[in-house]
Design a protein around this ligand. Structure first.
Ligand code: PMT
Length: 221
């Protein structure tokens, strides 16, 4: 039996960006590198958990001992999460899922014609929100990437998505996305804690300790 603060637990993690297709060769995406999510996967594994990692397109090696599933779009990430969530006790959603996708995916490459074109976008499914509402046994940890009013927006997301914990990070040029360091302001109902700034690998270890403490405190699990 493994030692560690998450020994015997199954953790499902989403990481990286999603790609939302416009046509066969083009997509909408964002600057997430997957570093934060992959660091958490490694830290959960080191803490004794069985870890499954659903990753958008990133250029990172799979942490040793972690089971990885590659996906592209928000819909594919949701489908895989639905398939894998059953046995998990903890869900950590670090993925920077696209909030909108093109309403129609063109079968053929879009041709250059007029001087400007308009793209119609529709909402993608809210993976974390759907799972936390349906899987009431799950301990859910969300992330909130904000450029301003970190605390207010993060707390609103925690409530709206019905989460047990949310990790807010300030993002912008050279901050949060695609860099090695990060800082998190973590909120849960009844408390908060600042972690970092430090390397995402060290930060992930501290966050795992906090998640384990909060998980053990909750009596609904
Ligand atoms: O990947 P890195 O380069 O290391 O960067 C790390 C990070 C900045 C991407 C990460 O720390 C982070 O903040 N991830 C969440 C980014 C985000 O898109 O947050 P959000 O505020 O849009 O979403 C809130 C939460 O809902 C997140 O947990 C997100 O995974 C989840 N979500 C959002 C939209 C959606 N359709 N489905 C979701 O599950």
């Amino acid at each position: 039996k493994p030692d560690g603060v998450l020994a015997g637990l199954r953790v499902l993690i989403t990481a990286g960006p999603t790609r939302e297709a416009l046509d066969p060769v083009r997509f909408l995406t964002n600057r997430s590198s997957g570093k934060m999510g992959f660091a958490l996967a490694a830290a959960c594994q080191a803490a004794g958990a069985q870890v499954e990692l659903i990753a958008g397109p990133v250029n990172l090696p799979t942490p040793i001992g972690v089971r990885r599933y590659n996906v592209e779009s928000a819909q594919q990430m949701l489908d895989k999460a639905n398939e894998r969530v059953g046995k998990a006790q903890i869900l950590i959603a670090t993925a920077a899922v696209a909030d909108y996708r093109p309403r129609a995916v063109q079968d053929d490459k879009i041709k250059k014609s007029s001087d400007s074109i308009a793209l119609e976008l529709e909402k993608t499914p809210d993976i974390l929100g759907e799972l936390s509402r349906r899987e009431t046994h799950l301990f859910t940890v969300g992330f909130a990437a904000e450029t301003r009013e970190l605390e207010r927006y993060a707390r609103a997301k925690m409530q709206r998505k019905n989460l047990d914990m949310i990790c807010a990070n300030e993002v912008g040029p050279g901050q949060g996305f695609d860099v090695d360091e990060n800082a998190l302001l973590v909120f849960w109902p009844g408390g908060q804690q600042q972690l970092g700034p430090r390397h995402k690998r060290a930060l992930a270890g501290e966050l795992v300790d906090l998640i384990a403490t909060r998980y053990a405190t909750g009596d609904e699990h």
